[in-house]
Design a protein around this ligand. Sequence first.
Ligand code: HEC
Length: 177
Amino acid sequence: MYDFAGAACQVNGIFKMRTRALSSVLVVAFTALALPSFAQEAPSPEKRAENATATRQGLFKLLGFNMAPIVGMARARLPFDAATAERNARRIASLAPMIPDVLAAMDTREFDVETEALPLIWDNLDDIDDKAQNLVSEANKFADVAADGDQQLTLRGLRALGGACGNCHDAYRVDND
Ligand code: HEC
């Protein structure tokens, strides 16, 4: 009779060997990938300031990216689409808690970086926290209304959502409007 148990054991054994061989290949591959970054020197403070600026601007670009279709719908440049409005508002709600993190990550006031962030941000990180929290709740409120699908009610909510962006820009971003 065919030895099912033995065969299964063998297959299992081969599989384990394969897995072990594969994991050593992976270890070697990852070590090779990681080595160059160990070899590099730590970035200079100037470079870190540039990176921190690029990171926070990247986050704000993403907020803008998600906001743009909502604004487009409100201005009738795009057809109303409740699902997109809801999805984008939820995305904004999940991105917004990162705002205090990316700003607190590095005080770049003393560095020559291209930025619209006003220096007083770093004396007011608690307020930044509040304003980011406010954006989270406005974005979720907007999304909840959009989820019901009513175009007028949804788009009427843009003022409050946009206000949560604008009240931080008014206080903490170079005034270029
Ligand atoms: C808590 C404060 C705060 C909130 C809330 C906020 N922003 Fe900003 N935003 C900033 C600051 C500060 C900058 C300037 C960043 C810099 O240049 O380093 C900025 C920059 C931007 C930029 C320019 C990014 C670039 O460099 O190209 C866009 C776009 C933007 N914000 C969109 C939004 C949108 C949309 C919202 C709301 C959904 C929002 N922001 C909410 C503080 C905020």
